[in-house]
Design a binder for this molecule. Structure first.
Ligand code: HEM
Length: 427
């Protein structure tokens, strides 16, 4: 799975589909600045299921009602994640910028459906579950310390480029089984993929080559890692399947976790209620992380599900083969459930009924959610332990979000702190 490139924000040709007259364009500055405002007007004008237009003029339904999203993700028969069903394929050009995100049917956990998908989950989920939480935490502490060592004497840093983005990919590379020397190369590959453009094609090839080398190494000498556990699984998989699944695990986990870290740190640095308890505030770290999953979640919109037959959803007539986009960020703030969760304000405490990791048979696997949680929490703890007087380096209103309706993250997070010594100097 790769992510949409910045080109997704380009204007599109009109859809020209009568069922989608009045469709809301899924690009523009509103998503980047304040998506919740956009969702509110969508809800007012269209209800819980919104006709939208993707860049390129393709029609889709954005499901923003919590109950409707729960229904869609719970019913894998009527709404499978089977991109092969899409009724727009005859119109999709090969260079459509959203193609890497929407995907094509392929033998991977991320782009397969039904029994074929369940076969991949049977192998991937236990391989992730086998990662010992204490070891993940240990890796994360060590790698976070290393990243902070690179900036700590300086007194300034861009936390996104120098901490939040590299940390998850370095930890994931280790868990999967890569030697440390390859961690930085994997991080570069993923950055080129996320940036899109001409580098993305060659990055995809390099990514595959890294994974193929890893498989050969783990066949020769298995270790305590995800790749070795996948190879050890008794059912037969092809090398292409192993490779695509390893790529899916890394691609699905790195930017989402990076955005979870940066959105949480940003919240802690900008909101008074968190800023007061920053130093030693382990409780406030968990609260900030949970609040982000409800209010500012990394995966705002996800493609998707495809209707297996004509049906009704949220008052709309959905046709066989229509694309349904999961409005995870919008559903979390659906006023109909927020009254029951925590009142109209931000969700408090440990309530985990948000849809940040989606729901149902295609949701983010539970062990993956746990890995993300350990990486994000440990990373933030180490950051605040090492740089206790961390503060923003620019006014909060100058912080810019990624120009995407799909992924919610901060592009640059400049910070200042009192310069401190590296861990090497301390030992
Ligand atoms: C904050 C961090 C994360 C978020 C918000 C997140 C969110 C998601 C979402 C929304 C999906 C799609 C579910 C669907 O189609 O219904 C997904 C799938 C997936 N995620 Fe995560 N994820 C995160 C971290 C991770 C990590 C760290 C890993 C790997 C260690 C991972 C591995 C996967 C995999 C393998 C899938 C495909 C599951 C399947 O198709 O059965 N994710 N994730």
């Amino acid at each position: 799975m790769t992510r949409p490139s910045p080109a997704e924000s380009a204007p599109a040709a009109p859809a020209g589909c009568p069922a989608h007259a009045g469709a809301v364009p899924l690009w523009g500055p509103g998503f980047q600045a304040e998506p919740q405002t956009v969702y509110r007007s969508m809800r007012r004008d269209h209800g819980p299921v919104v006709p939208v237009e993707l860049p390129g003029g393709f029609p889709a339904w954005l499901v923003i009602g919590y109950r409707e999203l729960h229904r869609v993700t719970s019913d894998g028969e009527l709404f499978p994640r089977d991109v092969g069903l899409w009724n727009q394929w005859p119109n999709v050009p090969d260079d459509w910028p959203l193609l890497p995100m929407v995907g094509r049917p392929m033998p991977s956990i991320y782009f397969s459906a039904g029994e074929e998908h369940r076969r991949h989950v049977r192998m991937v989920a236990p391989a992730l579950e086998g990662a010992d939480p204490f070891r993940i935490r240990g890796h994360c502490e060590q790698l976070a310390d290393r990243l902070i060592d690179d900036v700590c004497a300086r007194g300034t840093a861009d936390l996104v480029a120098e901490f939040c983005e590299p940390l998850p990919v370095l930890v994931l590379a280790r868990l999967i089984g890569f030697p440390d020397e390859e961690g930085a190369a994997i991080a570069r590959v993923l950055k080129d993929l996320a940036d899109g453009g001409p580098e993305a094609q060659s990055a995809h090839l390099r990514f595959g080559e890294h994974m193929a080398r890893l498989l050969a190494a783990k066949r020769a000498e298995p270790g305590d890692d995800v790749a070795s556990r996948m190879l050890d699984f008794p059912e037969e998989f092809t090398d292409e399947e192993y490779t695509l699944d390893l790529m899916a695990i890394t691609a699905a986990g790195h930017l989402t976790t990076a955005d979870w870290i940066s959105n949480s740190v940003r919240l802690m640095l900008t909101e008074d209620e968190f800023a007061h308890s920053m130093s030693g505030g382990r409780r406030s770290i968990g609260e900030a992380m949970n609040e982000v999953l409800w209010e500012d979640t990394p995966t705002q919109i996800l493609a998707g599900r495809w209707a297996a037959r004509d049906t009704q959803l949220g008052g709309q007539r959905v046709r066989a083969g229509d694309m349904l986009l999961l409005g995870l960020g919008a559903a979390n703030t659906d006023p109909l459930i927020r009254q029951g969760v925590s009142g109209p304000g931000p969700a408090q405490g440990g309530n985990g009924a948000h849809l940040a990791f989606s729901h149902g048979e295609y949701r983010c696997p539970f062990p993956a959610q746990e890995i993300a949680e350990i990486i994000a929490r440990t990373g933030i703890e180490v950051l605040l332990d090492r740089l206790p007087d961390l503060r923003l380096g620019v006014p909060a209103e100058d912080l810019v979000r990624r120009p995407s309706a799909f992924l919610r993250g901060t592009t640059v997070l400049p910070v200042r702190f009192t310069p401190v010594r590296t861990t090497g100097d301390l030992s």
